[in-house]
Design a protein around this ligand. Structure first.
Ligand SMILES: Nc1ncnc2c1ncn2[C@@H]1O[C@H](COP(=O)(O)OP(=O)(O)OP(=O)(O)O)[C@@H](O)[C@H]1O
Ligand SMILES: [Mg+2]
Length: 165
C-alpha cells in the first residue's frame, strides 16, 4: 500500500459572514481507507465536504493535495476530474428530469451534438442492478414522481467518473 495519502487537506478554514465555522482543519485519506466524519449539528462536516467537492472555496491558506499534487483551485469541475462525488443528505433532485438524467447530471452521455438518452437509460439500468436495487427506473419518468425518489441520487457517484483507489 502506498504511503502517500491520496487526499490531503491542510489548514482548511471557512468563514461565513465573519463567523469562522472551520478552523485549520486537516484530513488525510490513504488508499483503500474508509473514513467517517463525525460531529454535532453545525460542526462543519458538510462545509468541509463542500470545499472538497469545490462547491465552496476555503479561506486563504488552505492546501489540498490529490495523490501528492497540490491543487491550486478546487472547483466542481476539478473535483469531478479527481473522481470526487458527494451524496448530500438533503434531497436534491431535478424534478423535471428523468431518473437517468438525474443520475447522469453533469456527466451526460453525448452522441454527436445531442444527449444520448438511450445510452443513459441503459447505464442507469446497469448501475441500479450493480447496486442491488429491486426496482427499475421507468424510462423518461420524472424522478420526483416515483415512490423511491430519495433513492435516485445515490447511484450518481457510482457512475464511471468517480474513482476509488
Ligand atoms: N452557506 C452558508 N452561509 C452561512 N453559514 C453557513 C453556510 N453553510 C453552513 N453555514 C454554517 O456553518 C456551520 C457549519 O455548518 P455545516 O452544515 O457544515 O455543519 P454540519 O456538521 O454539516 O451539520 P449537520 O450535522 O447539521 O449536517 C453552521 O453554523 C452553519 O449554520
Ligand atoms: Mg451536514
Amino acid at each position: 500500500m502506498s504511503l502517500e495519502p491520496l487526499l490531503e487537506m491542510q489548514g482548511i478554514s471557512k468563514t461565513f459572514n465573519g463567523l469562522r465555522v472551520l478552523k485549520n482543519v486537516g484530513l488525510k485519506v490513504y488508499p483503500g481507507e474508509i473514513h467517517a466524519l463525525m460531529g454535532e449539528n453545525g460542526a462543519g462536516k458538510s462545509t468541509l465536504m463542500k470545499i472538497l467537492s469545490g462547491a465552496y472555496q476555503a479561506d486563504p491558506g488552505a492546501e489540498i493535495r490529490v495523490a501528492g499534487e497540490p491543487v491550486a483551485s478546487f472547483d466542481p469541475a476539478t473535483a469531478k476530474t479527481f473522481g470526487i462525488a458527494v451524496i448530500y443528505q438533503e434531497l436534491s433532485l431535478c424534478p423535471n428530469l428523468s431518473v437517468a438524467e438525474n443520475i447522469y447530471l453533469g456527466r451526460e452521455l453525448r452522441r454527436g451534438w445531442t444527449i444520448d438518452r438511450k445510452g443513459m437509460e441503459a447505464g442507469c439500468v446497469e448501475v441500479l442492478q450493480r447496486l442491488g436495487a429491486e426496482f427499475t427506473a421507468p424510462r423518461g419518468s420524472a424522478a420526483c414522481r416515483l415512490p423511491s425518489a430519495s433513492w435516485w441520487k445515490s447511484p450518481a457517484p457510482c457512475m464511471p467518473t468517480p474513482r476509488s483507489w
